[in-house]
Design a protein around this ligand. Structure first.
Ligand SMILES: Cc1cc2nc3c(=O)[nH]c(=O)nc-3n(C[C@H](O)[C@H](O)[C@H](O)COP(=O)(O)O)c2cc1C
Length: 331
């Protein structure tokens, strides 16, 4: 099995020494969470949350692209919009900020985004999608990828033609989530269909959808014959999963999954980082991460309940420290 990925760009090509990629996840994969993921996955390509190109040009969300310049390892910036000029300008700005690759979101089903003609709405407007790819490819030298789904609906699966047109327009890589837009997250990701698409395409194809562990990753690669895999929901509460899968695919035996105690210390670190960045509001932002990480050990449910009620970061951290000492007492 191959363990690295080459993505050719117009002037600059990228070789990534891992075929396991972290999905862009809005509201999750900010710089703090990426720092945790990177701890276990030094070689993988990580993505920012999606960034609206027009807003960026108006000065909003600039920090989301600027902050990657201080990060270790390859980080891609995902843009969404339906205005070719805006996306081309935002792509140039992202390239200057040190983006390893630019990804265009053509799969997001969220109404707020699709209503404005971005994300999955582009599946319904292939000419505009082609125009976007052409303009971005002209604007930057680094690789340009597209992340999409396998079509709008079961009845409307024009995706093969769509991808071929985008490939001709200059796309350098595709990530394909094996569900239609209409499916949302229902049903199972269709890995066999991803393979059919892969066979038609010349550029690298990354398979996405329903990969939660090493076994899924191996199975997905076997079925899709994809050049890489992308993990989304699997990282929620488990920032080590990208590194864990990457190590397994590379046949490395020394990967150390964090113990319960280490996971609890990670939550404290996460709270501290969020409080440092956002003030006390950081505790609210930390809650979803706490709920995702705080599981699969005795007392996890109780701890989760207490943490939701905690009125300050100190109260929350004291609860966690109490749990850590009770775990120590038991062992
Ligand atoms: C909380 C959340 C946020 C997401 N945000 C984005 C996003 O910003 N851009 C994007 O292309 N996909 C986004 N997605 C979709 C994922 O990147 C991924 O394609 C999808 O979850 C399927 O992969 P999975 O089965 O590994 O989760 C999001 C999904 C979730 C659950």
């Amino acid at each position: 099995m191959h363990t690295s990925l080459i993505i050719k760009g117009k002037e600059v090509s990228r070789e990534i020494k891992s075929i396991v990629i972290q999905s862009p996840l809005a509201g999750v994969t900010d710089k703090i969470f990426r720092k945790f993921i990177r701890r276990w996955a030094p070689e993988s390509l990580l993505f920012t949350e999606m960034v609206n190109a027009t807003s960026l040009n108006l000065g909003y969300g600039v920090e989301k692209i600027n902050q990657i310049s201080n990060e270790e390892g390859p980080v891609g910036i995902q843009l969404f919009d339906n205005r070719p000029n805006s996306v081309a300008d935002a792509a140039k700005e992202s390239e200057s900020s040190g983006a390893y690759i630019i990804d265009i979101n053509m799969g997001c089903p969220v109404k707020k985004i699709a209503k404005k003609g971005g994300g999955s709405a582009l599946l319904k407007d292939p000419s505009l999608a082609v125009e976007l790819v052409k303009r971005i490819s002209r604007a930057v030298n680094i690789p340009v990828s597209v992340k999409t789904r396998i079509g709008w609906s079961d009845k409307d699966k024009n995706i093969k033609e769509f991808l071929l047109r985008l490939q001709d327009a200059g796309a350098n890589m595709f990530t394909i989530h094996g569900r239609t837009r209409e499916q949302g997250f229902n049903g199972k990701a269709d890995w066999k269909f991803i393979r059919e698409l892969k066979e038609e395409l010349e550029i690298p194809v990354i398979a996405n959808g329903d990969i939660f562990n090493v076994k899924d990753a191996i199975e997905c690669l076997k079925i899709t014959k994809a050049d890489g895999i992308m993990i989304g929901r699997g990282v929620l509460g488990s920032p080590w999963i990208i590194g864990e899968i990457d190590s397994a695919l590379k046949g490395l035996k020394n990967f150390k999954k964090p113990t319960t105690e280490e996971k609890l210390h990670l939550i404290i670190e996460h709270i501290d980082e969020l409080i440092f960045e956002k003030g006390e509001h950081g505790l609210l932002l930390a809650r979803k991460h706490i709920a995702w990480t705080c599981k699969e050990f005795d007392g996890a449910q109780n701890l989760r309940k207490n943490l939701v009620k905690a009125k300050s970061a100190k109260e929350a951290k004291d609860e966690i420290l109490l749990m850590i000492s009770s775990l120590k007492d038991k062992s």
